[in-house]
Write a protein that binds this ligand. Structure first.
Ligand code: WTA
Length: 692
């Protein structure tokens, strides 16, 4: 069987032609964290480091606990591997908050610099804040006490639906502190997506805010929560942070519960500030300090969070991460790959609503005690220089973004970064999708001023932390994520499970467990075992395609399965199709990914309408709105084509692969075995008609 949805051929050959190697200068290497560790341990180069880790992975990970100085102690062994389930440091008692928050409680160092989207020329003052480690400790404690007052206990699930404001990390850490399991839902997802996730997680409470700014407009987030909660019986409490002001969103325009008979009577809304204030008044009356909340000491393998992500079929799956191994995996990779040191200013531009933000805005940077930047808004607001103005303002030293963002900035031209002083940047990173060499070079020249190495980090929600990535000491080839990190073993298999030869492509797999790996899918053990571990028994299947070159470098080629990567966002083809077919005019739908200059891929839908329905431009708009309502703007189709029929197999399965070939103008091969070969010609005609 050939891999489904292979990467565009053009992209592959461009990647493979790129030969130039970027070797980091010795003076730079000498000062890196990883090199310092190697020197102390008598290891002379990267290959020797990998070999040392491979020789005894358990010894390596135990040693790495010391490198990031975690308070995981008293474990009986490093790994208990009962495929497909891993336990790291079993027997230890732990809570990630001990290392991310508590141990820094007396430090005046800034944990987060926060920048709101509006600029002062829009007349909105006070749009920047900072939070020191000592303040973060206090805020987390206060909010943890508040959650306890609401009756949230260890093991309870709490939904968090917040934009990029400081209350988001505070809420996550407060949950973790009391042993509750947070489930953050990206604030760009729709009310219906939120509902689905809250129901699946059986969340007891939701933490949200009134609204926030995006591209100069206001997004009224609480309205979405209200809509979601029309059908989530488990949620009792809604805590709402007041992000906006009376001038932009008056209180009288915010609905408040109880009060509406449509809602379960148990549901109650609270303002974040009121509730924490009341908690602070109340606790001293029973002899407790409201600014102190004891960190719940958990089993090292207790769940920290559930984060939903898209799969090949069905509803999004709830990836579960735990306190212990995740703390090690995330903090070590940040310390070694991005070489984080005491004086760095770290900016990861991802949204905290996705795994990149969980791991590399919240947990790892806090464990390392670094100062980070959080920006609320859009990269081009109010103009395409916004990111660079933030870099200049905070003197960002290590900058991490996505290829989509880079291609987007390329489009506006280098005059934007040129206006700002970017000389503080010493190291760059990329994540979320393959980076094409053109974008790599633009990033290197115009943001890195030809001086900064680029860490192209490959990983997934499931892996918790980087798996394939350069170290700052690694010679780079633009477009390649280089090799698996020390302690991680990845390979590329052919259909039978044999490693492919240099130059050939195949399925990317991870061949041994690692501390930051997912511990399963929430309430879906079969899906976990089957989806990741059965194709090659007890080998982790990533779902990506890759090639390896003669030097052993990995070149990522996109997904092997029916999952799209649009602007670095992961969306299942089937999710969008399911959304489309819930529209009353739609009979059937097929969704494919097409190459897109900036977003990497874009969504194109093929739809047949129900008998008696008319396809027309207003239906296109209606369907787009419908998908946005069902999933969110990130799933918005770029184009919708109405066709008389969709090519299907005799068993009735829609052949996306053939549709994609037709849309790409490629040869479809023999289609005679289809149930309806004539659908192929009618599809071609529709597209030709449109192309005219
Ligand atoms: C893709 C995001 C190429 C890949 C951290 C993976 C990448 C999916 C890279 C996971 C990269 C991520 N080069 N492709 N550096 N990083 N991907 O779960 O297809 O949102 O399987 O995690 O993004 O997406 P997820």
């Amino acid at each position: 069987m050939e891999p489904k949805n292979p990467a565009p051929e053009g992209a592959t050959s461009v990647l493979l032609k790129e030969e130039k190697i970027f070797i980091p200068p010795h003076e730079f290497i000498r000062d890196t964290n990883v090199y310092a560790w190697m020197l102390r341990h008598g290891i002379k180069d990267e290959e020797q480091l990998r070999a040392w880790a491979d020789e005894d992975p358990q010894r390596f990970w135990a040693e790495m606990l010391k490198e990031v100085d975690l308070s995981i102690e008293g474990y009986s062994s490093v790994l208990d591997w009962n495929p497909p389930y891993a336990k790291y440091f079993p027997g230890a008692k732990y809570n990630i908050v001990l290392d991310a928050v508590d141990r820094h409680k007396s430090r005046d160092k800034v944990a987060f610099y926060w920048q709101g989207e509006p600029t002062s020329d829009q007349g909105i003052p006070g749009e920047e804040k900072s939070l020191t480690y000592a303040e973060l400790y206090r805020e987390v404690n206060r909010f943890a006490n508040t959650l306890k007052i609401l009756g949230i206990k260890k093991g309870d699930r709490v939904g968090i639906y917040l934009p990029m404001i400081l209350q988001l990390p505070v809420a996550m850490l407060a949950c973790a502190k009391i042993g509750a399991v947070h489930s953050v839902v990206f604030s760009g997802l729709s009310a219906l997506s939120l509902r689905e996730r809250l129901n699946h997680a059986e969340a007891k409470a939701v933490i949200t805010c009134d609204g926030f700014y995006r591209r100069g407009k206001i997004v009224k987030l609480k309205e979405q929560v209200d809509e979601a909660l029309l059908d989530v019986p488990t949620v009792r409490h809604v805590v709402v942070y007041r992000r906006l002001s009376e001038e932009v969103l008056p209180l009288r325009d915010i609905r408040w519960y109880p009060g509406d008979p449509a809602y379960p009577r148990e549901r109650k809304d609270y303002w974040w500030d009121d509730l924490t204030e009341k908690t602070r008044e109340f606790l001293p009356q029973i002899g407790l300090d409201a600014d102190e909340c004891e960190t719940e000491i958990l089993d090292v393998e207790d769940p920290l969070y559930i984060l939903y992500t898209s799969g090949t079929t069905g509803k999004p799956k709830g990836v579960v991460h735990v306190h212990g191994g995740y703390a090690l995996g995330t903090s070590l990779t940040l310390k070694w790959v991005f070489d984080i040191k005491e004086n760095d200013i770290w900016w990861c531009t991802a949204d905290i609503g996705w795994v990149t933000g969980h791991s590399y805005i919240v947990y790892a940077p806090l464990i390392l005690g670094v100062s980070s930047v959080i920006y609320e808004g859009a990269p081009e607001w109010p103009d395409p220089g916004r990111f660079w103005s933030i870099v200049q303002k905070y003197r960002v030293t290590v900058f991490y973004t996505s290829p989509t963002a880079i291609r987007f900035f390329m489009k506006f031209g280098e005059q934007w970064p040129k206006k700002y002083d970017l000389s503080s940047i010493r190291l760059l990173g990329s994540v979320g999708e393959p980076i094409n060499p053109e974008a790599w070079k633009w990033y290197y020249e115009h943001i890195g001023r030809g001086k900064c190495q680029i860490m192209d980090t490959w990983w997934q929600t499931e892996t918790g932390n980087f798996i394939i990535s350069p170290l700052p000491i690694t010679p780079l080839k633009p477009g390649s994520a280089t090799k698996p990190l020390p302690g991680c073993k990845a390979d590329i298999y052919d259909e039978k499970g044999d490693p492919v030869q240099p130059g050939a492509g195949g399925y990317l797999v991870i061949t041994q467990p690692w501390p930051g790996m997912l511990r399963g899918l929430y309430k879906a053990p079969e899906r976990y075992a089957e989806g990741y571990w059965w194709k090659y028994l007890n080998i982790y299947l990533t779902g990506d395609l890759a090639r390896r070159d003669k030097d052993g470098y990995f070149w990522l080629q996109g997904r092997a399965d029916d999952v799209l990567n649009v602007a670095g966002h992961r969306i299942g083809n089937s999710e969008i199709e399911s959304a489309l077919v819930t529209h009353p005019s739609v009979a059937e739908a097929a969704v494919i990914g097409m190459p897109h200059e900036i977003k990497g891929q874009c969504i194109v839908a093929f739809v047949t309408v129900r008998h008696g329905e008319q396809s027309n431009p207003s239906l296109v708009k209606d369907l787009i709105r419908h998908v946005e309502k069902e999933i969110g703007k990130i799933a918005r189709p770029e184009a919708i084509h109405f066709v008389p029929d969709l090519p299907k197999t005799r068993s009735g399965k829609i052949m996306r692969r053939i549709i994609r070939k037709i849309a790409m103008g490629e040869d479809t091969g023999d289609v005679a075995t289809l149930a309806n070969p004539e659908a192929v010609s009618s599809l071609k005609e529709t597209l030709e008609e449109k192309g005219k």
